[in-house]
Design a protein around this ligand. Structure first.
Ligand SMILES: [Zn+2]
Length: 240
C-alpha cells in the first residue's frame, strides 16, 4: 500500500507545466554550479547567493565613498584602489561587461552633485583601438556612457552618446619614459574626430573607466576642441 497523506493537494496544472519544470531543473543546475564554484564578492570574497546578479555584497557596495574634492575639467568617483579597483579590473579584463550596471550609478552620483557636469550636451566615450575592441568584444567606456544616459533619462533628460565621434587610430605605444609634453603630442595623433557634427559647439563630457596620467583624456579633449567643441569635461569611475 502506498502512503498518501490525506491533506495532500491534487497536482495543480501549473505543477505539470513543462516550462515550469524546466525552470526547476535550471535552478537546480545553478545551485549545483554554485556549490561547486561559489560566486564570491569582489570586495570581501564572501559567498554571494547563487541567484544574485550582483558581483559585490551590499556591505562592500555601501562601503564605497566618493572623493571629497573634485576639480574641473576632470571629475572622478573615487580612487583606483580596493573594491573599486577590483570592480574595474574585472569589468575590463575578465569579460564582465555587466559590471557597467554596478559602476554607472557611481558616475551618476557625481553627475548629480556637480552642476558643471549637468551642462553637458553630449557624451563621448573614449574609444578603443578597433583591434582591442575585437579582442575584448565591448568598449567599457561606451557601456558606462550608455548606462549613465539611462540613469539620467529617469530625470527626463536625454543626452546622446556620440559613439563614433572619436576614433582611435593606433594602439598607444609604451611611452612612460618620455617627458609629459611629448607624451601628450604623441597621444594626440592617436585620436581623430570622426563625426564633427556630433560635437560642434557643444558641451562635451568625455567618459572613461580610469584616469591614470590624464594624457588620454587630455589628448581627446584637444582634438575635440580643435574640431570646435564648445567645452570639454571628463568623468571617470576612478582616478589612479
Ligand atoms: Zn563583500
Amino acid at each position: 500500500m502506498i502512503y498518501k497523506p490525506s491533506h495532500s493537494p491534487p497536482p495543480s496544472p501549473s505543477n505539470s507545466n513543462p516550462l515550469r519544470e524546466r525552470g526547476v531543473v535550471k535552478n537546480a543546475g545553478l545551485a549545483l554550479l554554485h556549490w561547486l564554484y561559489p560566486k564570491r564578492c569582489l570586495g570581501c570574497r564572501d559567498t554571494l547567493p547563487y541567484d544574485s546578479n550582483q558581483d559585490v555584497c551590499p556591505d562592500c557596495f555601501q562601503s564605497l565613498r566618493p572623493l571629497e574634492t573634485q576639480s574641473s575639467p576632470h571629475y572622478a568617483y573615487g580612487r583606483f584602489e580596493g573594491i573599486l579597483r577590483n570592480l574595474i579590473m574585472e569589468f575590463k579584463y575578465q569579460q564582465k561587461s555587466r559590471l557597467s550596471h554596478t559602476l554607472a550609478p557611481l558616475l551618476y552620483q557625481i553627475w548629480k552633485r556637480i552642476s558643471q557636469l549637468r551642462e553637458s550636451e553630449v557624451f563621448v566615450p573614449v574609444p578603443l583601438h578597433p583591434a582591442r575592441l575585437r579582442e575584448r568584444g565591448y568598449n567599457q567606456s561606451l557601456l558606462l556612457a550608455q548606462n549613465l544616459r539611462e540613469l539620467i533619462r529617469q530625470d527626463s533628460r536625454l543626452i546622446p552618446v556620440a559613439e563614433s565621434a572619436l576614433l582611435r587610430t593606433r594602439n598607444s605605444p609604451p611611452q612612460a619614459h618620455l617627458p609629459r609634453a611629448e607624451r601628450i603630442r604623441n597621444m594626440e595623433s592617436l585620436f581623430e574626430v570622426r563625426n564633427p557634427a556630433a560635437i560642434l559647439d557643444k558641451n562635451v563630457l568625455l567618459i572613461d573607466d580610469v584616469c591614470t596620467t590624464g594624457t588620454t583624456l587630455q589628448s581627446c579633449a584637444q582634438v575635440l576642441l580643435r574640431a570646435k567643441a564648445k567645452k570639454v569635461l571628463s568623468l571617470t569611475v576612478a582616478l589612479a
